[in-house]
Design a protein around this ligand. Structure first.
Ligand code: G3H
Ligand code: ZN
Length: 283
């Protein structure tokens, strides 16, 4: 069933667990996520980045998400990941997304608040939930890159001003994770997560969550993270399975045969995440 992001995340916030938000670019990824969610009885968020929308086209991505959500036996939200462009966000709302992210993190606080408020005014008027970001998360997510030296953690005082001033539904915080493949082990600022949760009392979002050790994820969830974004881990599972298949059966030219193990590999990763995040059994 298709629901808003807020419905899913408010429940997670109240009951202290997290829901995976997995990036989608094509049908097989959508199917892997939905099958994993149904098999683990987990709510889930399908999210498309601006790059994903550029790749597949807004009509295809929206239609895939809506068909998947309507057929699914579990709650599903369709979310725009890292929206930086007002028109793009409006287009997603028009195409039936039930949640959007306005990423104004590259701007100074005042401009980020203004931009976020502008999106919220429209989104909330039509029942769409909104995520915003404060602090700068390092690494690369599609066409958005933040250099390691420019990454900054979320400041609690600014976050309080931001949430009170915008009425945002959930907030992405910068606490030591980064987008893409990690070079070393990421060190999360757990004290900061706790301080932010106590102060803000809304669902908190962890980006760049691929490659973060399971015990760190568990601790982050226990301290108040409710939405966990995963992209890179699915990319790795997908492409590795295709490489393995091609090695085993180099003459096979049937796309269905090539893509089925890729879908299965992603599904296994997603099911593990759902158990780890605590969303399994919560649908
Ligand atoms: O917004 C998407 C996520 O933050 C994905 O990050 O590719 O490191 O898993 P990741
Ligand atoms: Zn992200």
């Amino acid at each position: 069933m298709l629901v808003t992001g807020k419905e899913i995340l408010e429940h997670a916030h109240k009951h202290n667990y997290a829901v995976g938000a997995f990036n989608v670019n094509n049908m097989e990824i959508v199917q892997a996520i939905i099958e994993a969610a149904e098999e683990t009885n987990s709510p889930v968020i399908l999210q498309a980045s601006q790059g994903g929308i550029k790749y597949a086209g807004i009509e295809y991505i929206a239609a895939l998400g809506k068909v998947a959500a309507r057929k699914a036996k579990v709650p599903v939200a369709i979310h725009l990941d890292h929206g930086t462009d007002f028109e793009q966000i409006m287009l997603c709302i028009r195409h039936g997304f039930t949640s959007v992210m306005i990423d104004g993190s590259k701007y100074e606080l005042k401009k980020n608040i203004e931009l976020t408020k502008k999106v919220i005014e429209v989104a909330h008027a039509v029942g769409v939930s909104v995520e915003a970001e404060l602090g700068k998360i390092g690494g690369t997510e599609d066409d958005i890159t933040v250099d390691e030296k420019d990454a900054t953690f979320t400041d609690p005082d600014e976050a309080k001003l931001f949430v009170d001033g915008t009425g945002v539904d959930y907030l992405a915080i910068a606490v030591g994770t980064a987008h893409g493949v990690y070079k070393g082990e990421p060190k999360l600022d757990f004290d900061r997560i706790k301080i932010l949760k106590d102060l803000l009392q809304i669902p908190l979002v962890l980006h760049g969550s691929s490659g973060v050790p399971a015990d760190s994820i568990k601790k982050a969830v226990s301290l108040g993270i409710n939405k966990i974004n995963i992209d890179t881990d699915l990319r790795v599972a997908f492409t590795q399975a295709i490489k393995d298949f091609n090695k085993k059966d180099p003459d096979n030219i049937d796309p269905r045969k090539v893509l089925t193990p890729a879908k299965e590999a992603m599904k296994e990763v997603i099911k593990e995440k759902m158990a780890l995040f605590g969303s399994a059994g919560r649908a």
